[in-house]
Design a protein around this ligand. Structure first.
Ligand SMILES: [Zn+2]
Ligand SMILES: [Zn+2]
Length: 420
């Protein structure tokens, strides 16, 4: 009998962590947290010492608690696809910096990251390895560079954990690898189980139209996105439609793109970033920022939900210019300045309250499977049991899967331990 203990991401996005106990091994699937929450409510404490952690990808809702785990005196290998190592380091260092600026003390320090990363061990897609008696094979999850779905083979049962999943290809990445053996149990993410994405091509064309319209009136188009996997995707979209205007990248995306481009084999087209980057200038100094906003152009920058990063500088300078535009490239979480802006037309932070005159538009370049893609994925894998986590509507998703004949359940804080 295998025991599954869900430690976070129950009925919500954030803090993914599942403990798998086989009787001989304890394997932890992800160990994420809401990094700014101190002390963090999730993940729940682990009983005993895990033998290994399988890290699905770098996002902090999957990786953020790993340094805390190691500061608590634990020691075990963390298996990941190689690019995840520098990306986790980049995101954790950034969260330490942001927390310091906001006066929040995280339960780990810069020095702790060294020890954390010393436990990281790279694995390759589709190359099985053993943790005790359990055989693990990692499949490409299509969500981010280096995102993986571990498949655990216990001998008499196989369990697939999706981490975060994208089953359609993007400009940057191949779609998830669904050429899988028979799987008995799936733990699936449910982020978009209640809604569809708009047609991706339409979103791309809309982005290009906004860029062209802005440049036609000599304006500046600001495009806000996440540093890892989004700014690079947006860059490839713009490159696909032809860049014949000044294009700049600012913020943490510069480092993320450099890291990702050192792992070209993970990209859908290994040379794509090299080719697109030929038309890009990186903004390296404050002085350059004040220079580039004097002329028409396009600026790709962080943060994706306008909560910090160089986008704040650009918004302060351009907010009341009707010829300029701002594109939000993805989902805006409740309570973020990006969400508030969409609801009120105002950019509100601790220090700012600006009435935006520039054109604002949110587009959807999500790196998650949409509703019908999630159902299609479950139908294709066709497991005997499905656990729905990492979403705001996991109960509804499980109910709908049940109606379709699957044995599905959405773990909750008061019902989170299962035997399979
Ligand atoms: Zn993710
Ligand atoms: Zn996630």
């Amino acid at each position: 009998m295998i025991r599954l203990s869900f430690l976070g991401a129950m009925n919500t996005v954030g803090c993914s962590a599942v403990l798998v106990e086989t009787g001989t091994e304890k394997i932890l699937l992800d160990h994420g947290t809401k990094i700014q929450e101190t002390p963090p409510k999730f993940p729940l404490p682990i009983e005993g010492k895990p033998d290994a952690i399988l890290l699905s990808h770098c996002h902090l809702d999957h990786s953020g608690s790993i340094p805390i785990f190691f500061t608590q005196g634990n020691s075990c290998p963390v298996y990941l696809i190689s690019v995840t190592r520098p990306l986790v380091e980049l995101l954790l260092l950034d969260s330490i910096k942001i927390s310091r600026e906001e006066g929040i003390e995280l339960p780990f320090k810069k020095e702790d990251l060294k020890n954390t990363i010393a436990n990281f061990s790279s694995v390759n897609y589709r190359v099985p390895f053993k943790i005790g008696k359990t055989e693990v094979t990692c499949y490409d999850a299509g969500h981010l560079p280096g995102s993986m779905m571990p498949l655990l083979n216990f001998g008499n049962k196989k369990l697939l954990y999706t981490g975060d999943l994208k089953t359609t290809e993007t400009r940057l990445l191949k779609k998830a690898d669904l050429d899988l053996p028979n799987v008995n149990v799936v733990i699936t993410e449910s982020t978009y189980s209640d809604r569809e994405h708009p047609d991706r091509k339409d979103q791309e064309k809309e982005l290009v139209r906004i860029v062209n319209d802005t440049l036609a009136v000599d304006g500046i188009c600001l495009i806000a996105g996440f540093a890892v996997g989004r700014i690079d995707e947006l860059l490839l979209i713009l490159d696909h439609y032809g860049i014949d205007y000044p294009l700049y990248i600012d913020g943490m995306a510069k480092k993320a793109i450099t890291i990702i481009n050192q792992h070209k084999n993970l990209l859908r087209n290994p040379d794509s970033l090299d080719k697109a980057l030929e038309k890009v200038q990186y903004v390296r100094k404050e002085k350059m920022r004040s220079k580039i906003i004097r002329n028409p152009g396009v600026i790709l920058t962080t943060s994706g939900m306008l909560s910090g990063g160089p986008i704040v500088y650009y918004l302060k300078k351009l907010y009341d210019d009707r010829n300029c535009s701002l594109v939000l490239s993805g989902f805006q979480v409740e309570g973020t300045p990006g969400k508030t802006l969409l609801e009120t037309g105002r950019y509100i932070t601790n220090d700012l309250n600006l009435d935006l005159k520039m054109f604002v538009r949110k587009l959807d370049f999500s790196s998650h499977a949409g509703r019908s893609e999630l159902f299609k994925f479950i139908r294709k894998v066709n497991p005997e049991k499905v656990f729905c986590i990492h979403g705001d509507h996991t109960q509804e998703f499980a109910s709908e899967l049940k109606e379709k004949g699957f044995d599905a359940v959405a773990p909750l804080a008061n019902n989170r331990i299962f035997e399979i």
